[in-house]
Design a binder for this molecule. Sequence first.
Ligand SMILES: [Zn+2]
Length: 216
Amino acid sequence: MSAPQHHLPDDWFVALASGTLAEAESLLAATHLTYCPTCRDRLALAEVAAARALEAAGPVDLDPGGLDALLARLDEPEPEPAVPQTADPVLPWPVLRITGPLASLRWSWLAPGVRGVDLPVPTTGLPMRLVQMRAGVQMNHRHAGTESGVVLAGGWTDEYGTYGRGDATFCDPELQPVHHQRIHDDADCIALVLNEQRALMDNPLFTPIARMLFKI
Ligand SMILES: [Zn+2]
């Protein structure tokens, strides 16, 4: 498996290192980090910076060996891109510990070729979901809020790039209002997805009634 090509937003590393990233975004980050040595290194650097900031801030009783150990980690040889070490062939551990094995999931039909499972994770928008999209499906939609996710299986191509297993995806409605997503033909795609607001589907099959029913 090749390493991810699409990574976490810059500001997430500071929030992760300081423990202030929201739970849903933290789940996305933890999931991406299981695949991505690049982002694991960046997080280690952010943790070093956070530790130094704490030291500079005043009399905090830090473990004197902690910072040295963290710095030493940065000098270690780069590991191979991680294949999630779980009992499940698709779901990495941050997701698996919430959902249980993929084979046990009870999917709900969302739209033609699309089904999902809501996750019990607090959000400020729509429920966080595992979404499975059938190979070859075209998902044309517009964003009214941010859409973020991590690809767990399969992949897609859109106007912003090509995404495969482990890639982090972010759409800002201000910068990327239109999203034409083509699921790759060779395999169904599964992604962990967080939408701030409902996407507005352009496909004729996605009628307003369907949107109401499917909550997409
Ligand atoms: Zn990354």
